[in-house]
Each structure stands twice: as C-alpha cells, then as structure tokens.
Write a protein that binds this ligand. Structure first.
Ligand code: IVH
Length: 681
C-alpha cells in the first residue's frame, strides 16, 4: 500500500509562513465542515496541518489561538445542541511505521499488550449522533465542534440504515458516519442537475449539503454506518458493532470491508492492506482504515484526550479526489464515430498516479456540471477507474474562466454531427473512422492480415475500394493493381493474407468488429459462450449478461451495436467470414463442479508479465491469453489475492513484486509451457 500524505509540504520557515498556513487551514476546515467543499484536497490539508504541528512543536510559545491543531473539526464547526458526551475525532498515522509506534505507545501506557485490535474502514462522510428514547429515534445531530452539534433531525427519514425504531425499546445514542454511496452520489447529481442545480463535487460535500438542506424539491438518499454507541456499556468493540446491527442499524459488517478482530498488530496490518486493496471495489468512499483497541477494559484504561481517543487511530489512505485546473477540452472521434470530450488537466498525482486527462462523458454532462476552462475542478480516480472530472469549485472562480467551445462539425472528417442523443456522433458513424476500423480489424490480434497497415488502409478507403471490413473480402486482383505502389507480388500477397483471414476463428472475427466494450478477452468469452455468430446475433441482453464479465449495461451496449452493424455482419456471412460453429461453452451448473472448465488451469486466474521465452517466445500477449483459456484458465491483467499463478518472463516488474507480496505462486515461461504443453497450438 502506498503511504498517504505523500504530498510534500515544505517546513514552515517563518512566523509569517506559519500564520499563512494557519489561515489557509482554517479557511479549508470552515468550508469542509460547513458544506463539505474544500479549496484543498484532503492530502494537502493533512500535510498542511502536519507542517503547522511541526512548527508549533518548535515554537510552543508562538501557537496562534485559531490554529486548527488539537481541535475537533479543526475548530471550524459550530452547533447549538450539546452532546451527551464529546464527539471525538481520530488521530492519524500515515504509514505502517507510524502505526507501529502509535501501538507501542499505547501498550506502554497500558503497561501490557493490547488484548486484541479491531480493524475497520474509515468511512468518508460526516459524523452524526442519533438519539433514541425507548427505541424511537428522537434526534439527529451533526458533530459540530465535538461538544455541541446542529440539529438535523429533519433529514433522518432520508438516511438508510438509520432505523426510526430499534429492535428493542432502549435509551441509547448511536454514533456513526452518514455518507453518499457511489450510487447515491450519482442519483443525487442526476436529481440536482435535473432541477438546474450544480452537481456535488464530492460525495462528502453531497452528504453535508443534503443533511442540512430543507425544502428541496427532490429527495436524496444517504446511508448511515454505526461505529459507536453511548448507553450500551461493557461491550468490546466488535461485540458492540454486532449488537448495533442486531438493533437494526447498518454497520460496516454488511460490507466486504467488514470490521475484523485481530489478535496481533501484524494481523491488523494485514487486514489494513486487505481493506486498502478492496477500496476501489467498495460501493462507497473510504479515506482510511481505523485501528481500535477492541477490549472495553483497554479502551477505558487508555482514555481519551480532548480531541481524540487514545485507543483508536486512523491509518489514512491517499485521497481519491484531488483539486486541479481544467486547462482545456479535446474532442476525439472514436471508432464508432462517437465524438467524446476529454478534459486536459494540470497534472495532478492521485493515489500515486499522475493524471493529465479525465473523461467528461458527453457534451450534456459538461453542461450539467457547469464547467469552464480555467476552473479549479475536483477530479476522481480510484483503482483502474478512468479519472473523471466531478465538478468545478465555483467559489474559487476568478472571472478569467472561459466557456467550453463545443464542435460544430465532426473534428475528424468535418461532416455534420448528430446531436440527437447525449453522446454526439459524426453522421458518418463508423464510416467516419473507416481507416481506423480497417486497421484495427486487420491487426495482429484480430484478423491478422499481413500487409494491411496504415498506408494501405488509407489508400483502400480513399480510393473508395473499401468502406468497411466486409469490403476487404471482395477485393479483386485487378482492383488492387490500380493502387499506387502496388505491384503484382504485393497484390498477390495481400490477397493471400485476406484469404487466410477469411477462416479466422469466431472470437477474432467478433473482436475485429470493434464493438464497444469487447476487446480480445471479452470477444473470446462471447465466442466460447455462444459458439456461432448467428447465436451471438440472436442473443438478447439477458443472454449476453450470462457471459462472465458482462453486466446489464454492457449487454445493452453490445445488443445496440450489433444491431447497428447488422448489414456488415450479413455481408461478412455472405463472404464466409465468421461462420465457424462450435459447441457453446457449458454453462456451469451450481453444485456440479464437473461441468466447469477443464484443463490444467481449470477455473484459475492467471496473469502474464514480462517477455516470454522458450516455447512461448513468439506468442503475443493475446496468444498467451488464448492459451490460458484453452487450458481452462482465466486470463487477467492485474495481480490480486485471487490470482492463482503469475507467469513472469524477463524484465517482470511490479506485478512480480506484488505477487510475491501477496504470496501468489510465480512461474517461469518454461515451467508454464510444460504445464500447458497439450494446449500449445
Ligand atoms: S471512531 C471515539 N470509526 O472519522 C470514536 N470514526 O477523522 C471516534 N470515521 O470523527 C471515532 N469511520 O467521523 C470511528 N470506523 C470509524 C470511522 C470513523 C469514519 C470518522 C468519524 C471521526 C473521523 C475522524
């Protein structure tokens, strides 16, 4: 796991630099705790506070009263309803080493080892206190300054997981986090933009704004996760969470990142890594992992400071949202003629990766988000997700921002744009990109037509001999000889290569169509699942969704695109291309393991990295993937806990390191070749 707070803040060198840093931090904390917005990313805020703390350690007499250090909510939040007991914050650690010394400090204070740790996600939302009398929810409060909070009882009905009635008639106060899940965030922004409001920049600002809002013409649902309670004494932490769930409250136990009791700190560190690795797949945002002493006796003895308990700490993860500047918008035409805008950003490092471009989806999306060139924008990136621009920081505008110009003609061919759908498209559709489509179809991993590279494809399209892939198969020698720089030998070679391509297997022909969302791997799965082009064409969304890795959304896209290329498919069939018929793959019956994939790699996920040697030296990555699948395995590109085997060739880099870290078996190309020898073509 990458350590958080990699954002370097230089040490504060003068009283003025210190005072400026305090002012910036207070401004950011005020924005953060009022509507959840922030002119600073989370990592930058944490780094700034650490620099302020360092300065104050050196100059204890010069600490400014408004300094955010040592205060709940950075001293920014207010409220007028006193809390029954202070609502504390958490101290942060930013690396395994810092966690270790924190734990050592706690054990030294206790004079004994901590009985057990509990490791749970740090949910990225707002802390609330929910008061119940005789099991009925009577009041919902924000954390405020930790001593008094704001009354937001009016919002309780929109918070899922926060029951109006508990399963028992108890007087108790539940504490936890309210957030917008990713899905709720999308729904909230759809509802807002439909009502002419600007979208939320960040799920947390969405949660903060929604909890405070009254009389909105639309409803936005939120989700509550309980992590603490007052009024249920004597329970160790994991027991307390179980009890809260039994009373009807939602807890993180309902998620993949469930709180776990760990006997040792080493075990706790392993669980931290697991939760960090799960982060991108979780349906809600987390900004860290919380480590708590589980035993109530340990907690009571450790006690709390004015800001945070001594028995719990947050191991922060790098922020997935960052603020940067929108420098421009590029309009690119895809293979299918879709004209897609792409944001050009001032480079920003998000979770260890430098992001320079981000998706903007479509023109309507740009308008909904109200973006302008020069805006400071929130950018989101998680795991392998394509970075996306969330929203502008409207309050940071200087007046110098410029509107985004939308293209009036196709930026590729200059023809008209069909703007009737949200996704704009060149009126020539796939024809706009005929050259790119033909080059793609002829590529090594598709039809593998030798001699049909860029220059030839341009010639064939520009002379009108080829408008799409089916036209390749009706080309005659005479036609080819009319082309410049095409001698008899070249023409014969090209025709022979096209003839060979006519018999390519179904997966490659399907892949050559360039249907959105179906690369090489997906094309192999689809071909194996249906067995013939006719069966693929006859498949409806439900049938397609039966293919591993195809969800409802992708199934709908595939069905629509297949309908669009129906004419092309008819002509390919007439030419005998893609007419191969095989037995469709057996659908694995539950409880019938025999029916599953067979072969030495049956059902195993295999990743290939580095350059192959020996018997595998000539195989492209796609050919390796085909081999893995012939041998019953599943080819994957990234190493995870679920990877069964990594084939590591020469110059294998980070994937090998990751496999070793996770204990995934690593094999050489030669060993692997021996394992799958029967399946080598
Ligand atoms: S425990 C005495 N557990 O993080 C208990 N807090 O940055 C103190 N948070 O104020 C809090 N997930 O709003 C706790 N699993 C979790 C949490 C969590 C998120 C929030 C909470 C807290 C803030 C500190």
């Amino acid at each position: 796991m990458k350590d958080a707070a990699a954002t370097a803040t230089p040490a504060l060198a003068s009283p003025q630099a210190y005072a400026d840093a305090v002012a910036t931090a207070v401004r950011a904390a005020t924005a953060y705790y009022s509507d959840g917005s922030t002119p600073l990313g989370d990592d930058e805020y944490d780094a700034l506070v650490r620099a302020i703390e360092a300065y104050e350690r050196e100059h204890p007499d010069a600490v400014l009263p408004e300094s955010p250090t040592g205060k709940v909510a950075g001293g920014a939040a207010v409220g007028d309803v006193p809390h029954s007991a202070p609502m504390l914050s958490l101290d942060n650690v930013f690396s395994a080493v810092e966690l270790d010394s924190w734990a050592t400090g706690l054990e030294r204070r206790l004079g004994r080892p901590v009985a057990a740790w509990c490791v749970e996600p740090k949910l990225d939302g707002l802390a609330v206190a929910a008061r119940y009398r005789a099991g009925r929810l009577t009041r919902l409060l924000t954390r405020g300054d930790g001593l008094a909070g704001e009354d937001i009882t009016h919002a309780a009905g929109t918070v899922l997981g926060l029951p109006e009635r508990l399963a028992e008639p108890l007087d108790v106060e539940l504490r936890g986090e309210v957030l917008l899940t990713h899905e709720q965030f999308e729904q909230a922004n759809a509802a807002r933009t439909a009502h002419g409001a600007t979208p939320f920049a960040h799920p947390r600002s969405g949660a903060a704004g929604t909890l405070r809002a009254k009389d909105r013409p639309y409803r936005v649902e939120l989700t509550f996760f309980a992590y603490d309670a007052h009024g249920l004494p004597g329970l160790d932490h994991v027991e307390l969470l179980d009890r809260l769930a039994a009373l009807g409250a939602n807890t993180a136990a309902s998620t993949q990142a469930a709180p776990r009791r760990c006997a040792t700190l080493a075990e706790a560190e392993q669980r931290i890594e697991e939760i960090a690795a799960l982060r991108a797949a979780l349906p809600f945002g987390i900004d860290g992992v919380v480590v708590k002493a589980d035993a109530v006796a340990d907690q009571e003895e450790a006690g709390s400071g004015s800001r945070a308990p001594r028995w719990a700490v947050a191991r922060k993860l790098q922020a997935q949202h960052k603020v940067t500047r929108l420098l421009g918008v590029e309009w690119n035409v895809g293979r299918t003629g879709i004209i897609a805008p792409r944001a050009v950003l001032e480079p920003v490092v998000i979770d260890g990766v430098t992001v320079t471009y981000a998706t903007l989806h479509n023109p309507a999306d740009i308008e909904r988000r109200g973006l302008m060139i020069g805006d400071q924008v929130f950018v989101y990136r998680a795991g392998d997700v394509i970075p996306r621009v969330e929203a502008p920081l409207v309050e940071e505008r200087t007046g110098a921002e410029q509107p985004i110009a939308f293209p009036e003609a196709c930026p590729r061919c200059g023809d008209a744009i069909d703007t009737s759908e949200q996704r704009w498209r060149c009126v020539r559709g796939r024809g706009c990109q005929a050259v790119a489509s033909v080059i793609y179809a002829a590529g090594r991993d598709q039809l593998d037509i030798e001699g049909l590279g860029g220059t030839r494809a341009v010639q064939l399209v520009e002379t009108g001999l080829v408008a799409d892939l089916a036209d390749l198969f009706t080309l005659t020698r005479e036609q080819l000889l009319t082309l410049e720089r095409m001698g008899e030998t070249s023409a014969d070679n090209l025709l022979a290569a096209i003839e060979t391509a006519r018999a390519r297997p179904l997966n490659r022909v399907f892949c050559a169509l360039g249907i959105r969302g179906t690369g090489r791997t997906m094309s192999r799965r689809i071909a194996a699942h249906f067995g013939s082009m006719a069966a693929i064409r006859a498949a409806d969304e439900a049938a397609l969704a039966g293919v591993d890795g195809i969800g409802a959304e992708k199934a709908a896209v595939i069905v629509a695109e297949l309908a669009e290329v129906a004419g092309l498919l008819d002509r390919l069939a007439e030419q005998g291309v893609g007419t191969e018929v095989t037995e469709p793959a057996v659908v694995v019956a539950i409880d019938d393991e025999e029916a599953g994939p067979s072969g030495p790699l049956a059902g195993q996920s295999v990743v290939v990295t580095g350059s192959m040697t020996g018997a595998l030296a000539e195989l492209s990555r796609n050919a390796m993937n085909e081999l893995i699948e012939r041998a019953g395995g599943k080819a994957s590109t990234s190493v995870s806990k679920r990877t069964a085997l990594l084939v590591a060739g020469e110059k294998a880099g980070s994937k090998r390191a990751k496999a070793e870290e996770l204990g995934v078996p690593v094999t050489t190309p030669e060993e692997f070749a021996a394992l799958v020898a029967d399946f080598l073509a």
